[in-house]
Write a protein that binds this ligand. Structure first.
Ligand SMILES: [Zn+2]
Length: 264
């Protein structure tokens, strides 16, 4: 699933390639994309341009020169592909063609992604109760989030209403880097360790954006390369274990991330 860094990378490419460029055509090729937003059918973009973009967590919003917004959420397999006229794009569901001959496709093999026409991105963020963005949240707000939570740390990190943008692998990576057991009570994590967790979250997100989120490019010390049971911990060599936390598989090193405050 595209997580915050992948969506941020797409946002930056859109800013670079197509913001301010006149739109020639907008076409929806998969009617199922209307499902959540019948209004999307009425969206007319010819002659307009994208004025700016916004990302909150894993949601991307494109703002057009008529004031409307297009929401894109990528689901499991959604992506934006930039093509030229005549290029064959598989699983394309809709596309926008720009005057600079770039065609931006929303492609999605498994079709869990969605799009919607909105009057206001901010209203949508409020309706969905999306939490602060994990890339820009202040340290003090992050520390309060942990202190005031009744949740375990891993489910808290994945809860988009608390903190928007963290998915399964970033959560495992930051917990590993900060040596926190995934089932730890969030409120019981000490300040020093909570600060470390914040620092590692920021570092991992920025590095993932820089590495263009292709996991193959991550340094081998990255935990994401080892998310399987029995793999050797890159720090101490102990076998990686798996727990199910908040319904999701969590991988951790029992030696580097020993349980401290866990109340089952
Ligand atoms: Zn270890």
């Amino acid at each position: 699933m595209p997580e915050l860094p992948a969506v941020e990378t797409l946002r930056q490419i859109i800013e670079e390639k197509v913001v301010g460029i006149r739109i020639m055509t907008f076409e929806i090729t998969d009617p199922k994309i209307y499902k959540d937003s019948p209004m999307l059918r009425t969206m007319r973009l010819t002659g307009l341009h994208i004025t700016d973009t916004l990302r909150r967590g894993k949601y991307l919003f494109l703002h057009f020169s008529d004031g409307k917004w297009l929401l894109l959420h990528f689901g499991m397999t959604g992506d934006i592909l930039f093509a030229k006229e005549g290029d064959k794009v598989l699983y394309a569901r809709m596309h926008i063609a720009f005057a600079n001959h770039i065609i931006m496709h929303f492609a999605d093999p498994r079709k869990f992604g969605k799009a919607a026409l909105l009057d206001s991105a901010q209203d949508y963020i409020e309706e969905k109760h999306l939490g602060p963005d994990a890339r820009t949240i202040e340290e003090s707000a992050f520390l309060s989030l942990l202190k005031e939570s009744g949740q375990k740390i891993k489910p808290l990190l994945l809860d988009q209403k608390q903190l928007a943008g963290i998915g399964n692998w970033i959560a495992d990576e930051m917990l590993f880097a900060a040596k926190v057991f995934p089932e730890e009570r969030a409120a019981k994590i000490g300040t020093m360790q909570a600060k470390k967790l914040y620092k590692e979250m920021r570092r991992i997100i920025e590095q993932a954006i820089q590495y263009n989120t292709h996991r193959g490019n991550f340094p081998s010390a990255y935990f994401v390369n080892l998310r399987r049971e029995g793999a050797a911990c890159p720090r101490c060599g102990h076998a990686i274990q798996k727990v199910i936390s908040g319904g999701r598989s969590s991988y951790f090193c029992p030696h580097c991330q020993p349980p401290k405050n866990v109340y089952f």
